[in-house]
Design a binder for this molecule. Structure first.
Ligand code: FAD
Length: 407
């Protein structure tokens, strides 16, 4: 059930999924696992406790090929398939959801829209630097009054002839306080949603940090505030408008989250299995009690189902057949699965489970963000429901934004 790899690190592979991976995909996974073992795991509890985002990790991630794995090599990306991308996210999140969030935002929410919707000049200017980690990006969609309903956004982009003027604010923006550029979504005069690239240092633009987070404490979160920011015309993403622009990015990021959640679940399962074999009560390892075995068996079952789901979804992504609702199903299922497993694993550790000697509490706290961002758990259920029943009625107007996904 559990195998030890060359790094002495366990992997859950009950259904021999490794047989479905190419040699290249396995090598990529091992290299990210090594990166996490060396750069993240030894420090993560301290970063989490001190609410510290290690800015130096950005360049290290860049040089390891973590940013833009599916972006074309022509622009500095990895040119890889979607399963490789998923495996990178899995291994990163096994280390920490905050670290995976930094990479998800950079790859799926900043590099992806620039590659897919940007001009040739924008691709050449930003993508190689984002890929290498020389610059960090963020993605501004959510506003104080528009979270699950991003289509209602009120940030405004006014055409002033030779430039735009941007006004408004964004909230809950990962990476924002340290970001060099922000891909920002705002409405033009005809209420069409457009994407623009805003650069740090533009007059009237600030990105204050959000304090008091009890989740994703090793990841920076902040606001984006635009007070009459003059944005050059060449910073508009020219090849997409409408809500489909940001939602296309979210599809890509949500897919990565589905894999990331498996990494967390594996880490918790490994910890719980190890602890239950070592910890003795009533003169026996607690693993010998059937109630503990039941918990472990259920964890293994759920992880295996999630792995199969992601592998198939990755193939569908590569073939261009992964609809938004298919991605919603995986994000919703896998994050919920990981949260439940983190909780069960915490219980198997008894009192010790609440300390930072073990990773479960940190993972649990992190997953409270992961189950909320990129579409909440319930919003993904609405997306799935709508994809089954194509009825639009006034009382279901809430889902108009999300209906775009399903059609
Ligand atoms: P709300 O939309 O106010 O929802 C509150 C509750 O109401 C939820 O339980 C929701 O499911 C429920 N609800 C809402 N509508 C309905 C409905 N129609 N039917 C039933 N229930 C409903 N955003 C970005 O743009 N960029 C980022 O980088 C980013 N990073 C984030 C990082 C963190 C740590 C967090 C916490 C959030 C981040 N977000 C980001 C924002 C995130 O995507 C939103 O928090 C999320 O979409 C939910 O929006 P909200 O918080 O406003 O909640």
């Amino acid at each position: 059930m559990c195998i030890r790899d060359s790094n002495n690190f366990k992997s859950v592979d009950f259904y021999l999924l490794d047989e479905l991976l190419t040699e290249e995909q396995k090598l990529i996974r091992e290299s990210i696992r090594d990166f996490v073992n060396v750069e993240i795991s030894p420090n993560i509890e301290e970063w989490f406790e001190k609410n510290h985002f290690p800015l130096e990790i950005v360049k290290k991630m860049g040089s390891t090929g973590i940013f833009g794995p599916t972006v074309s090599q022509e622009y500095g990306g990895g040119g890889l398939d979607n399963i490789s991308y998923g495996l990178i996210m899995q291994e990163l999140e096994r280390g920490d959801s905050g670290m995976r969030s930094t990479a998800s935002v950079q790859s799926s929410l900043v590099m992806f829209p620039i590659e897919s919707y940007g001009s040739e000049e924008q691709k050449k200017k930003y993508l190689p630097k984002l890929a290498s980690g020389e610059i960090l990006g963020c993605f501004g969609l959510t506003e104080p009054d528009f979270g699950s309903n991003p289509g209602g956004m009120i940030s405004k982009l006014e055409d002033k002839g030779d430039h735009y003027i941007l006004n408004g604010s964004k909230m809950w923006i990962s990476n924002s306080p340290a970001a060099d550029i922000a891909v920002v979504w705002a409405k033009d005069e005809s209420k069409r949603i457009k994407g623009v690239i805003v650069e740090k240092g533009m007059e009237g633009f600030s990105a204050p940090k959000t304090e008091g987070k009890l989740s994703l404490r090793s990841s920076l979160t902040g606001e984006l505030v635009f007070d009459n920011v003059k944005v050059p015309k060449e910073n508009l993403l020219p090849n997409k408008d409408g809500l489909g622009g940001p939602l296309g990015c979210l599809d890509k990021a949500r897919y990565g989250i589905s894999w990331g959640a498996i990494g967390v679940a594996m880490d918790c399962f490994d910890a719980a299995k190890k602890y239950s074999l070592e910890r003795k009560q009533f003169d026996k390892p607690i693993a010998s009690f059937q109630l503990i075995q039941k918990k472990l068996a259920e964890m293994l079952t759920e992880i295996t189902k999630a792995q199969l789901l992601c592998w198939r979804l990755g193939k569908l992504m590569d073939e261009g057949k992964a609809s938004s609702s298919k991605i919603s199903l995986a994000k919703r299922n896998n994050v919920d699965m990981a949260l439940k497993i983190a909780r069960e694993a915490r219980q198997i550790h008894g009192g010790m489970g609440i300390t930072n000697d073990y990773p479960m509490m940190r993972h649990m706290m992190n997953l409270e963000s992961v189950i909320t961002y990129e579409g909440t758990h319930d919003i993904h259920l609405l997306i799935l429901g709508l994809s089954l029943i194509h009825i639009s009625e006034p009382t279901r107007r809430y889902a108009i934004s999300y209906a775009v996904f399903c059609l």
